[in-house]
Design a protein around this ligand. Structure first.
Ligand code: CA
Length: 231
């Protein structure tokens, strides 16, 4: 079994110790750092399987660092779990938007931490080295923007592709219409939120031909979620 390496970035020594204590028995190899600068030195030598990143750090914040990691082709596929304090709860969504893949609120139990990390690692890398996202028989080629289901080409408009790509890379989380507008359409144009409903409906129609429309769920009063777990 290959040992998974986790890079921990947490400035508070007691929390770092707790993380070490919690995760070492699970068989992970831990690289413990106390700042972004230290973490960057480590990343230059070794790419970890997962990053556990504290939100509040002296100097560069966890948020800014997550953003930076997701913009760099060398590090963008590394899953990031953000550690947030209770008071920062309302900022969780912001954390996810800036690149964190999951978050854990302090104080957390060693068991919860281990479980969340294992769940994240099980998901595996989303985009394969040849640039393909595979979700069951749904294949998204991120280089050619070609989408196939069961090897059959799915004709999508550019906006439908962008929407599907966003959903596929942000699975299991609920996004409001406003958030989807920001991510998929961009913030520069004023577009009515109903546009989101229209485009989601169209995308669902395309997926329906192959029985994949149930991946996009409407969350009453909140927005949309892309998930493959529950039928
Ligand atoms: Ca901190």
């Amino acid at each position: 079994m290959n040992v998974k390496t986790l890079l921990i970035i947490e400035d508070e020594a007691p929390i770092r110790d707790m993380i070490n204590f919690a995760l070492a028995p699970a068989g992970f190899k831990l690289i413990l750092t106390g700042s972004v600068a230290e973490a960057e030195r480590s990343l230059a030598k070794h790419i970890p399987d997962l990053i556990l990143l504290d939100w509040m750090l002296p100097g560069t914040s966890g948020i800014d660092f997550a953003k930076k990691l997701k913009q760099n082709p060398k590090t963008r596929e590394i899953p990031i779990i953000m550690l947030t304090a209770k008071a920062e709860e309302e900022n969780k969504i912001k954390g996810l938007e800036t690149g964190a893949d999951d978050y854990i609120t302090k104080p957390f139990s060693p068991r919860e931490l281990t479980a969340r990390i294992k769940a994240m690692l099980r998901r595996g890398p989303l985009v394969s080295p040849d640039g393909v996202i595979q979700i069951n028989q749904l294949c998204i080629d991120v280089n050619t923007h070609q989408v196939t289901i069961n090897n059959q080409l799915l004709e999508l408009t550019p906006i439908e592709y962008k929407l599907l790509y966003f959903f596929a890379t942000h699975q299991d989380r609920i996004y409001s219409r406003e958030q989807l507008l920001d991510h998929v359409w961009g913030t520069e144009n004023y577009i009515d939120e109903r546009t989101v409903d229209v485009q989601v409906r169209r995308l669902r129609c395309r997926l329906q031909t192959h029985g994949y429309d149930h991946y996009i769920k409407t969350m009453r009063g909140t927005g949309y979620q892309f998930t493959v777990t529950n039928p």
